[in-house]
Structure formats: structure tokens, C-alpha cells
Design a protein around this ligand. Structure first.
Ligand SMILES: [Zn+2]
Length: 366
């Protein structure tokens, strides 16, 4: 009895300082966990964030993930099926939201906590969960890179030039819903690049300069969010002009992300992107004309969707060159009416005003 009283008294005295519980109490269920976690993130309370994300799996990256979260315009965590943890996030308040699976939660008798916060196998990871970040550039052309990335400024210049090239191109209805911004992610190494794509390895991307990821919005009333991921394995030696060419090509994919490309119409999308890109690089345009000429067989056949994938570099280069020439022929022959025709072909519709057979035969015989 005395001992109990003594213990109680000791506890009451201590209460004002640290409380009586042996450790901070965890939220009782997933709903309360999400409320506390989101309040900690929006209120920038790192101590609470740390107490709620105390899983061993996330301990090594928690400090820089916390710093990265402070750079985002918005982020809201949500629990999903099978104890999965999701984040709906926006780079800026004006960006379109993206939803990613970012970990898992665990509930036991003593409450719920985030058991894992990090890239999930088989799911694309947000870059803020993959590496420490620095936000470079401005509103219309933003580059996300590791702090101290030596090529960061060069990619900002390339992204700015690409943004202007895409904004100045006539993309017709295909570009109508673009907000005019480009976001470029620079993963720090091949493993980070694979994690951003949700892949175990980036071995299939040894001939890919960059990828445009299109993420459906968690809000069905909004369009998809699209962003560019540069492949660190293939881009270290690019000149500034080559960087601009690459980002301009991907920038067209970003600007046209709202309209799905029909099966079999990859050449239309790739040809349009490449034609906008080479418009700023006469020497590349000339090289591609030469490459396409080598593919002439009476005329030019639109490449199959598969021709743009895989690791056959020569085959891919020919596919891009032929597609660029074919889209260029449509533009040259139809002028102001070219974009509606390109849009029809893009969506798998017939475009009887386009006569690629005759036009490419004439081009090949020149
Ligand atoms: Zn492309």
C-alpha cells in the first residue's frame, strides 16, 4: 500500500515534465495515426513525426525524408488496403496531385505506427522518398536533384529552353490542358532511377535518355500529373544542346499527357515529340533525315509500338527518325490542318486527309 502511494506521488510530480506513460502513447487506430501524422507534417513537428515513424525499416532515411517533406507544396498521408501507407502530394500548391504507395503501417495492442517509410518494390516511388533533395529552377521549369549535383544548373537551363520550345510549338488540342510547367527529376544513380519507375532494375533502360511518367490524379476531376525522369546511366556526357533536345522531346509528352496514345500510334506521339525537339537542332534534324532515308522501301512504314522499346539502339534511332519525318510530312502537306489530323491518328481514328504512302514515296524518291 505504501509503495503504491509512493509510486503514484512520484508519477504525479513527474507528470508535468514528461508524463507517466513509459513511452509516448501511439494512436489507437489507423485513422488517428493518419490525423496525427498529417498534423505533424503540416505543423513541421519533427519530434511527433519521428515518434510515429519509428519502424526500423525507415530509420536510416527518416531525417532527410523529413527535410524533403518540408519542400513540398502539399502532402497528405493515407492508409490503404493491407496496412499500406500512401501519400498524395504536390510539388507546389499549383501542381497536379500525385498518389504514391510509400510504406506500411502496423497496429498492435499499444497502438499504431508507421512500420515502413521508403520505396516499395513494384511501386513507383516519389523522388522525395528516394534521395535527399534540392529544388532548382523556377515555377515553369523545375529540377529536383540531390544537393550539390554538379550538372544541376545545366539541367535547369535545358529545362527552361525546353519549356519555351514546347510552349512555342503548335500542339493543337493535344496541348490544350498543359499548365505550361515542366518538372525534371535527376535520380542520383541507376538504383534511384529504377525506384522512381517502380522497377527492381534499370537494365532495360540502357538506351533510354529520359522517361516521362504520367500519373493518374488521386482526384478524378483533375488531369494526370506528368514529369520527366532523367536516366543517370545514359546522360552524364550530354552537351547542353543534347540536354535541351532530350528535355524538349519529353516536354512534348508532358504537354500532351492528357490524351492517351492509341495502341499502334506510338509513332505519332514519338514523331510529334521528336519533330518539336529537332526544330531547335538543325544538325539533328539533318541526321534523322539521313537515317530515315536509309529506311525507305518505296515509302516509309510507320514503326510499330515495340520499335520504341527494348535496347536495340540502332532500331530505336531509326524508329524515331522515321516517325519524325512522317509527322513532318503531315505538317508540310496539311499546314494549319495538320494538328487535327495528328490528333485523330494519335487516338486511333481514321484520318483520310493524310496520305502517308504517297507522301513518303515522294519523299523517298527525292
Ligand atoms: Zn518519346
Amino acid at each position: 500500500m505504501r509503495r503504491r502511494i509512493a509510486w503514484l506521488a512520484a508519477c504525479l510530480v513527474a507528470l508535468g515534465v514528461v508524463g507517466c506513460a513509459p513511452s509516448p502513447s501511439l494512436p489507437a487506430d489507423a485513422v488517428q495515426l493518419m490525423m496525427k501524422l498529417n498534423a505533424a507534417v503540416s505543423g513541421r513537428d519533427e519530434a511527433v513525426f519521428t515518434s510515429l515513424t519509428n519502424g526500423e525499416a525507415s530509420s536510416g532515411i527518416r531525417a532527410w525524408v523529413w527535410a524533403n517533406l518540408g519542400m513540398l507544396g502539399q502532402v497528405t498521408f493515407k492508409s490503404g488496403e493491407s496496412d499500406s501507407l500512401w501519400a498524395n502530394w504536390q510539388l507546389t500548391d499549383d501542381s497536379l496531385p500525385i498518389s504514391n504507395q510509400v510504406g506500411s503501417i502496423s497496429c498492435a495492442d499499444n497502438g499504431c505506427h508507421v512500420a515502413d517509410l521508403g520505396p516499395q518494390s513494384g511501386a513507383p516511388a516519389p523522388i522525395w522518398l528516394v534521395q535527399p533533395l534540392q529544388v532548382l529552377g523556377g515555377d515553369s521549369a523545375t529540377v529536383l536533384a540531390s544537393p550539390g549535383t554538379s550538372s544541376g544548373d545545366a539541367w535547369v537551363s535545358a529545362a527552361q529552353a525546353a519549356q519555351q520550345a514546347v510552349a512555342g510549338a503548335d500542339l493543337g488540342d493535344l496541348g490544350a490542358s498543359w499548365d505550361g510547367t515542366l518538372t525534371v527529376e535527376l535520380p542520383k544513380d541507376a538504383s534511384a532511377f529504377a525506384q522512381l519507375l517502380g522497377l527492381a532494375s534499370s537494365a532495360d533502360y540502357t538506351s533510354t535518355g529520359a522517361v516521362t511518367r504520367i500519373e493518374g490524379s488521386p482526384d478524378s476531376s483533375l488531369g494526370p500529373a506528368a514529369y520527366i525522369i532523367v536516366n543517370p546511366q545514359t546522360t552524364a556526357m550530354l552537351t547542353p544542346d543534347e540536354q535541351t533536345l532530350l528535355i524538349t522531346h519529353e516536354g512534348v509528352h508532358v504537354a500532351t499527357a492528357d490524351t492517351p496514345v492509341a495502341s499502334g500510334a506510338a509513332w505519332v506521339s514519338e514523331g510529334l515529340a521528336e519533330s518539336v525537339a529537332v526544330a531547335g537542332s538543325p544538325s539533328t534534324a539533318a541526321d534523322e533525315q539521313t537515317l530515315a532515308k536509309a529506311s525507305c522501301n518505296g515509302g516509309l512504314t510507320p514503326p510499330s509500338d515495340a520499335a520504341f522499346g527494348g535496347t536495340d539502339v540502332a532500331g530505336q534511332n531509326a524508329a524515331y527518325a522515321v516517325s519524325q519525318v512522317l509527322v513532318g510530312l503531315i505538317r508540310a502537306h496539311l499546314g494549319a490542318e495538320a494538328m487535327p489530323a495528328i490528333s485523330q491518328l494519335w487516338q486511333g481514328e481514321a484520318a483520310p486527309q493524310v496520305d502517308l504512302v504517297a507522301w513518303s514515296q515522294a519523299w523517298c524518291s527525292n
